[in-house]
Design a protein around this ligand. Structure first.
Ligand code: SF4
Ligand code: SF4
Length: 118
């Protein structure tokens, strides 16, 4: 199983903000606007992530056990850019920091052994 499917830590650690056009279909945006809130004139945030204890409204998870992004194909660009540590052969500080904050060990290269990559 992909390690992210039993994690979800990054979706419950960071403020997830992005340009408003990502939620405007007229500009090719795909993020459901109802799941966002306005941060400033230029940026939206995923609801729930602009909080003292962030947790994205689109996250369906028990952190460290099972995790699913309910808008995965429509998720913001910033979510697509977070790499899981060692998936591409190098550590990811964002991944490690989020997992550590949730009491999970950072991923290692061994976590990817035996997985069939495409
Ligand atoms: S913290 Fe890392 S392993 Fe966990 S869901 Fe995010 S990218 Fe995946
Ligand atoms: S939109 Fe999906 S991938 Fe992005 S923070 Fe929310 S649950 Fe995670």
């Amino acid at each position: 199983m992909h390690p992210c499917l039993s994690c979800g830590a990054c979706c419950a650690h960071y403020r997830v903000s992005f340009h408003w056009s990502e939620a405007d279909p007229a500009f090719g945006g795909t993020v459901p606007a109802a799941l966002t809130e306005t941060m400033d004139p230029h940026r939206l945030a995923m609801r729930g992530t602009w909080a003292r204890r962030p947790r994205c409204i689109a996250l369906e998870a028990e952190i460290g056990v099972r995790s699913r992004c309910t808008i995965h194909p429509q998720r913001p660009s910033v979510c697509r850019e977070v790499a899981a540590s060692w998936e591409a052969g190098q550590p990811s500080p964002q991944c490690d920091k989020a997992r550590t904050a949730h009491g999970l060990p950072a991923l290692t290269p061994e976590d990817w052994l035996g997985r069939v990559t495409s």
